[in-house]
Design a protein around this ligand. Sequence first.
Ligand code: HAM
Length: 419
Amino acid sequence: MTTYKRPEGTDDILPEQIPLWVRLEAVMRESFVRYGYAEIRPPMFEDTKLFYKASGDTTDVVEKQMFTVPSRSDSEDSYTFRPELTPGTLRALIQNGLFNQRSMWKVFYYGPMFRYEKPQKGRSRQFTQFGVEAVGSKDPLIDVETMAVFADILRGVGLTEYALRVNTLGCATCRGGYRDAVKAAVGESLKDYCENCRRRFDRNVFRIFDCKVERCSLLAEKLPAITDHVCPECKSHFEKVQAGLRIAKLDFAVDKRIVRGLDYYTRTVYEFSSQAIGAQNALGGGGRYDPLVPQMGGPDVGAVGFAAGAERILLALKSLDVDVVRPDFFIVSAGNDAREACFKTAQELRAAGLSGDLDFEGKSIKAQMRRANDLKARFTVIIGGDELAKGVVNVKNMEDGAQTTVTPSEAREIIGRKR
Ligand code: HAM
């Protein structure tokens, strides 16, 4: 018989892993809402051209990693499964005329992304991102706010061992001069860099800074820092970001190696990372991308955002003990005659807002009790011939072992009360 395997670079998220996911999702939503971000859900795939235009055609993501399918219409068009959600979010805000209603939008998103990468720890072909886009302000404090909500989420799920590194990429005015300075400094030594860096030299020389090859990082250390080349406006913006980070009490380091892998960034860029998860240590990153919004047909209002990798955060959290959600009850049928009564009782308890389960496999009383234990049910409700005859149920508190025989409505009250 053929056995089927999941596609390379994808994961099955199994029931035992769900409590961690649910916790991350709950903390994420609560934090975003507390900071005034509203959820947006653009589609899973978009017109391929959107990514060429927005993510940038010299980026690895667009050059090598897109899952693209024909649109199946007569045209040459194709669709691409979103490798990131910044382009789709902007498209949605602009296409739906949201800027006619209000000049500033703070939105968040959560869902799967797709990149055709070489799978490794922390790097998959389908992965989950949550992120924000704050479109409508050039204020450096909103850059800081996006970092603050990211840090709140990390702390909220119990991840305190992380580093925040920030940098500025300048703007169209100052970046040209910096690019020339970096190229001149690389000069003759280009041959000593890895093949990837040599290729990037002409197309996007800044990517040399985040090359993971040790020899390249050592060489890159000697290259000029952008902070010595930015124009007065970009310099002032970056200083205000750093002042804001201090106001928000966020620890950070300025690091010229943070250049980001997507084309649209200007000024502030940042990354959160964790040493606990190996080579792919970026938990998430983002930055400002002011020119992209008008390029896509929106207003020239300024924009900043980030996206975080949920799997990487969970990887970093894995060692932490997370409480499983305990059901309120498990109903044990003492004999086959009681099965319908057990089902009826379960339905009544569920209708009263309590959570729980019962056996559907005809298991022995002992096996049912074991299941109640495994589930860590707070109460076991036992119904057998005697209880059936008298119209009562036996309720056992699994914490202290106390047992009592009561009417079904009393049972409901007892189980509900102790939550
Ligand atoms: P990004 O740096 O490409 O940025 O991705 C953000 C995060 O997604 C990464 O730091 C990482 O945690 C996770 N991630 C990326 N690729 C993978 C993968 N193959 N497997 C597992 N996790 C992955 C963006 O996507 C930008 N849209 C962020 C942004 C929003 N900038 C402005 N607004």
